[in-house]
Design a protein around this ligand. Structure first.
Ligand code: DGL
Length: 255
């Protein structure tokens, strides 16, 4: 069984891709809503939260893991991957697949928007550099939590303004969504880019590439069972889960 985890709703953007491609895979999803957002947290805090999440998923039968969170990927998983040259055991993170996916496309001027933890780590720059690409980074600190608490369109548009200006001023051609929460507002982002930037900008959602790597590397046999473990109940989470997966899942709140 696959254990997929994030601070909250963000991992649903990865799960959506995976589920569309392999509906038969059994997935246990941990959303750590009690500790969201992860973006402002220190590396030490993120290490503890990751150990907690993976232990919980493992104790409930998960043997293959997807860190569907960039903040965790850059602070905990990617440093281990770099140390060993590959992921130890069955674990897939966000940054490597994202760099490999962008490399395959036209990518003249790349901007990655992400949380503070992801920007602070410098790992996107290093990983993309290893693949022969330069990237600029921009933290959009409030966006993940605004999505997590179900903020309305006007608030999301206001938070996105600096990212839209950067795309325009820096002549960005490829915008990488370096936080798994961000694809959940991709429609708003697309329309703001169309209004605020005079040249075309390609949006890259790494969820596609991550789900492809999961398919290549994991055993996906199962009966399509989907369980959400939440460290705190959330109306927003239930709403997103319903809109993406109907009612074909079980929710367990660990309060
Ligand atoms: N979705 C996560 C990420 O990709 C965490 C966002 C947050 O909780 O701040 O970084």
């Amino acid at each position: 069984m696959i254990g997929l985890f994030d601070s909250g709703v963000g991992g649903l953007s990865v799960l959506k891709e995976l589920r569309a491609k392999v509906p038969e895979a059994d997935v246990l999803y941990f959303g750590d809503i009690a500790n969201a957002p992860y973006g402002p947290k220190s590396k030490e805090e993120l290490v503890l939260l990751t150990v907690n999440a993976m232990t919980m998923l493992h104790d409930r039968g998960a043997s293959q893991f997807v860190a569907a969170c960039n903040s965790v990927s850059v602070s905990v998983i990617q440093p281990i991957v770099s140390m060993f040259g590959e992921a130890p055991g069955h674990i897939i993170e966000m940054v490597g697949p994202s760099a490999r996916a962008v490399k395959k496309t036209a990518h003249e001027k790349i901007l990655v928007i992400a949380t503070e933890a992801t920007v602070r780590s410098g790992l996107y720059e290093r990983t993309f550099q290893q693949e022969g690409m330069e990237v600029s980074m921009l933290a959009v600190p409030e966006l993940a939590f605004a999505i997590e608490r179900g903020a309305g369109q006007d608030e999301i548009i206001k938070i996105l303004k600096p990212a839209i200006s950067s795309c325009s001023q820096e002549n960005i051609s490829t915008l990488v969504l370096g936080c798994t929460h961000f694809p959940l507002v991709k429609d708003i982002l697309t329309s703001e880019l169309q209004k605020g930037v005079s040249h075309p900008v390609v949006i890259v959602d790494p969820a596609h590439a991550v789900s492809e790597e999961v398919i290549q590397q994991f055993d996906l046999s199962g009966s399509g069972k989907l369980t959400f473990l939440l460290s705190k109940d959330s109306e927003t989470f239930r709403r997103y889960a319903n809109s993406l997966f109907g009612d074909a899942f079980v929710v367990e709140v660990l309060e």
